[in-house]
Ligand binder design. Structure first.
Ligand SMILES: Cc1cc2nc3c(=O)[nH]c(=O)nc-3n(C[C@H](O)[C@H](O)[C@H](O)COP(=O)(O)OP(=O)(O)OC[C@H]3O[C@@H](n4cnc5c(N)ncnc54)[C@H](O)[C@@H]3O)c2cc1C
Length: 468
């Protein structure tokens, strides 16, 4: 009996991983095609390498605590390529009233486990720290309805915690608005902490008490990367898929999915005219907007729901400087910039401090982030404008006045899904509606988690359904 034909639409890490898992389970990639709209695979994972520099333009790390990404890398033969962040980068600066201030010790996510370092830090006011301390006595929330990061942190730890920690540290991961992002969809572990322990501080202390002892001399890195950049994961996935005989097609945007004779008919836009492909199983992993357009005729209600997932645009610029031209010690992973500082960029990563092998020793490689919910104008700016702005921001924040020796600009227009309040319910509704369409599946960053490990988990789960 021949295996059902599988078509995957969208060649980001989700689509490629799902195709790989199906091919591996079958022992062959025959009958599996991945269609990607752009001219390259990888989506939000892209690495450019030139002149001894490694420029990660999108994601550069995955969370070590979620095993899926590490497992996939090992499976693909990348185990030796995995790297921890360098110990000297395991702190971060915040910009506070124009000054660089280190994040005080004792914060777990945004939850204090020690108050003295907070009192001593110029990052917080005394009143702000006192308000955080109220968490110890405040009652548990009675409602189990979803709420925003801003509402949750504001309730438990106060407005200053939202401004300084909630916005750049938590919502910043999504380039999003803390007052819109869903707590249940972004940091369910903190919701659980309140549910179980009432106080976040007491909950975090209880979790710490349970941690294995003795503590290792050097705590393991919370994030992992790949020595040649995240692009290595995409390159390895493509190589394995080709080896297994899977068909990989670029410049092939999915336009429509309909019912067909073999199950589903997928219309692919090609330079020479549209091509129709029949398949028994179809995975759509190309982002909420693209999926909504493709299923508009087939499941209009689900398409309507998906259009309600907001997306924001960002740009990341990598600038390399001769190390001696940078007087700052670059002794952290970077700088987080709260919106209240009214700067143009939202964060700067010290890439050459964070990771080994990204630049020669005499070069400082920095990444500057623009855009997000508070700065929608970024998508209308030219690359040239952004480079000028990045140089001006690096001068203002780090005192770098020289010219960079290399620059790369990466644009992420409408690429960052926003899991806003009610997101989990929306995803559930979409899945229920699609559940009535045999053979049709969705996965990816617009659904159950935006992180690389979350996308790989979703891909692995959906692959089981594609195989069964
Ligand atoms: C700048 C940036 C930094 C990030 N940093 C991190 C980080 O450090 N750690 C982390 O864990 N996560 C990070 N993320 C998030 C993470 O990288 C993404 O959520 C994840 O890679 C999404 O994978 P995906 O395959 O679901 O979607 P995508 O990567 O968006 O891939 C979707 C693919 O579908 C294609 N496509 C679109 N429309 C169509 C169509 N009609 N037909 C066919 N194909 C189509 C796109 O071209 C794209 O290749 C970051 C994201 C960005 C943008």
């Amino acid at each position: 009996m021949t295996e059902p034909r599988v078509v995957v639409c969208g060649g980001g890490v989700t689509g490629l991983t799902a195709a790989y898992r199906v091919a591996k389970a079958r022992g062959t990639g025959a009958g599996i095609t991945v269609f990607e709209a752009s001219e390259r695979f990888g989506g939000s994972l892209v690495t450019v390498r030139r002149d001894g520099l490694v420029f990660d333009g999108g994601a550069d790390a995955f969370v070590a605590a979620k095993p899926q990404a590490v497992e996939l890398c090992r499976e693909l033969g990348l185990g030796e390529r995995l790297q921890e962040t360098r110990p000297e980068s395991r702190n971060v600066y915040f910009l506070r009233r124009g000054r660089l201030v280190r994040l005080p010790e004792g914060l777990v996510l945004a939850v204090p486990t020690r108050f003295l370092p907070l009192i001593e830090s110029p990052l917080f006011s005394l009143l702000g720290v006192a308000r955080m301390g109220l968490d110890l006595v405040l009652p548990r929330r009675s409602s189990s309805d979803d709420e925003s990061i801003g509402s949750f942190l504001g309730r438990r730890l106060g407005a200053e915690a939202v401004e300084i920690l909630g916005e750049p540290l938590l919502a910043g991961i999504f380039s999003g608005d803390p007052n819109r992002l869903s707590m249940a969809a972004t940091f369910p572990q903190l919701v659980e902490l309140e549910r179980k322990h009432r106080s976040l501080v007491l909950g975090a202390l209880a979790a710490r008490a349970k941690a294995p002892r003795p503590k290792p001399a050097r705590p393991p890195s919370a994030f992992l990367g790949l020595q040649g950049g995240m692009g290595e994961l995409i390159e390895a996935l493509q190589a394995k898929l080709r080896e297994l005989g899977c068909e990989l097609v670029t410049q092939a945007p999915t336009e429509r999915v309909e019912r067909g004779e073999r199950g589903l008919r997928v219309t692919i836009g090609r330079a020479g005219g549209a091509e129709v492909v029949e398949a028994e199983r179809v995975l759509l992993s190309m982002g909420a907007g693209g999926i909504a357009r493709a299923i508009d005729g087939l499941v209009p209600e689900a398409a309507r729901e998906l259009r309600k997932v907001p997306h924001v645009s960002t740009a990341s610029l990598l600038l390399a400087y001769e190390r001696r031209a940078v007087s700052h010690p670059l002794d952290a992973s970077g700088v987080l910039i709260p919106r209240s500082e009214r700067r143009e960029c939202s964060a700067i990563t010290f890439m050459s401090t964070k990771w080994a092998h990204r630049a020669p020793d005499d070069v400082a490689l920095l990444r500057v982030f623009f855009g997000g919910h508070a700065r929608p104008e970024v998508r209308f700016m030219t690359d040239g404008d952004l480079v000028q702005l990045a140089k001006a921001e690096l001068a203002a924040v780090l005192g770098i006045t020289g010219e960079p020796i290399a620059v790369e600009v990466f644009r992420w227009n409408d690429c960052r899904p926003q899991p806003v309040v009610g997101h989990n319910d929306r995803v559930k509704r979409v899945r229920e509606l699609l559940g009535k369409q045999p053979g049709l599946f969705v996965a990816g960053s617009a659904f159950d988690g935006v992180g690389i490990a979350d996308c790989i988990r979703q891909a692995t789960e959906v692959a089981k359904q594609l195989v069964s």
